[in-house]
Design a protein around this ligand. Structure first.
Ligand SMILES: [Ca+2]
Ligand SMILES: [Ca+2]
Ligand SMILES: [Ca+2]
Ligand SMILES: [Ca+2]
Length: 294
C-alpha cells in the first residue's frame, strides 16, 4: 500500500496493481452481497421454522349436519321439500382429518326409531369430493348390486377398496354414471314411497373407478337399528384441500347427505408458491452477484 504511489518500477506493474485493487474492491462487494444473501436466507429459514407448525394444524374433527334434501341438480319435484321420506333420518356426522390434511374417518349419524322397514334399507356408496368442485374424486363401493330395490343385500363390516374417479356430480338430465334409487311403487319398490331418481351408488359398468390399492374399514350395515356408521381411512391417501364435500344415502335415497365443509389445512400449492418465492429470491441474489463481476 505504502509503496504504490512512490515506486512504480514500470507501467505494467501499475496496471497490475490497479487490477489487483480492483479485484480487492470486487471481492469486498461480493463478500457484502454474500453476507446479505446469507442474512436473507437465515431470516427466511427462521420464518419457515416458526410458521411451519401453524401452517399444518393438528389432527382435527369437523362436524357436519344434514342441510340438504337432495344433491344439487338432482331434485325430482315431488320429494324436494321432504327432508326424510319415511326412514332413516340421517342427521349428519363428522369428518376426521390428520395433521397432514388427509381424511382419516367419516362417521354418519342418524336419529330415527327402530322399524321393521329397516329390512329393506341398505347403504349406498360413499362419495368424496376433495376440493368441493362438484366432481367426485373418490368413492367407496359398498354396493354390489346393479339396481336399487327392497332386496338389496347389506354391506358387511369389512374393508372396502378406495377407488379414485373423476365423476361429475351431474344432474338428472345427464346422469354421468350413477345407479338411481328408483320410482315410488315400482322399479324394485312395490308398496313403498321413496325419493325418486336420486343417485345412490356408482354404476361401475359405466364408471369402473381406479383402485388406489388402499382400503377403508366400514363398520357394516345391518337390518337392525344402528345409531351410527363409520368409515376409517388410512392416513395419507385422500388429501382434502381447503374445502371438500361428502355424499351418502341409502338405496331408496329417503334421506340424503350432501355436505360441503371447510378445512383449515392449506393446500400444498400454498407451500409450493412459498418455495418458488424462496428459489426466486435466491436467484435474484445470484443475479446481483453476476452483475458485480463474478
Ligand atoms: Ca335427515
Ligand atoms: Ca373434486
Ligand atoms: Ca317419491
Ligand atoms: Ca338429508
Amino acid at each position: 500500500m505504502l509503496s504504490f504511489p512512490f515506486s512504480p518500477p514500470h507501467g505494467t506493474a501499475v496496471a497490475d496493481r490497479g487490477c489487483h485493487i480492483g479485484n480487492v474492491v470486487r471481492f469486498q462487494e461480493v463478500l457484502n452481497s454474500m453476507k446479505k444473501l446469507l442474512k436473507t436466507f437465515f431470516l427466511l429459514s427462521t420464518i419457515i421454522v416458526f410458521t411451519a407448525p401453524f401452517a399444518y394444524s393438528a389432527p382435527h374433527t369437523i362436524t357436519f349436519g344434514d342441510t340438504t334434501n337432495y344433491w344439487t341438480g338432482w331434485g325430482n319435484g315431488e320429494d324436494d321439500n321432504t327432508p326424510t321420506v319415511g326412514i332413516p333420518n340421517l342427521t349428519g356426522g363428522s369428518a376426521e382429518v390428520s395433521s397432514g390434511g388427509y381424511l382419516t374417518k367419516v362417521t354418519m349419524t342418524q336419529d330415527s326409531a327402530n322399524s321393521s322397514y329397516y329390512g329393506v334399507l341398505s347403504a349406498g356408496d360413499l362419495f368424496i369430493d376433495t376440493n368441493a368442485n362438484k366432481i367426485w374424486d373418490y368413492f367407496i363401493d359398498l354396493t354390489d348390486w346393479t339396481a336399487a330395490g327392497e332386496t338389496n343385500p347389506n354391506p358387511a363390516a369389512r374393508n372396502y377398496s378406495i377407488l379414485s374417479v373423476a365423476l361429475p356430480l351431474g344432474d338428472k338430465s345427464s346422469n354421468p354414471g350413477y345407479i338411481l334409487s328408483g320410482t315410488d311403487g315400482a322399479n324394485g319398490w312395490a308398496g313403498y314411497n321413496i325419493r325418486d331418481g336420486h343417485p345412490v351408488a356408482v354404476d361401475r359398468s359405466a364408471v369402473p373407478g381406479t383402485p388406489t390399492g388402499q382400503n377403508v374399514q366400514f363398520t357394516g350395515w345391518t337390518d337392525l337399528y344402528d345409531e351410527s356408521w363409520s368409515f376409517t381411512f388410512p392416513d395419507g391417501v385422500i388429501f382434502l384441500g381447503g374445502e371438500f364435500a361428502i355424499g351418502w344415502t341409502v338405496n331408496c335415497a329417503n334421506d340424503v347427505i350432501y355436505e360441503t365443509m371447510g378445512n383449515p389445512v392449506p393446500e400444498p400449492a400454498t407451500m409450493l408458491l412459498f418455495g418458488t418465492g424462496l428459489v426466486g429470491l435466491a436467484g435474484l441474489g445470484k443475479k446481483k452477484l453476476l452483475k458485480k463481476g463474478i
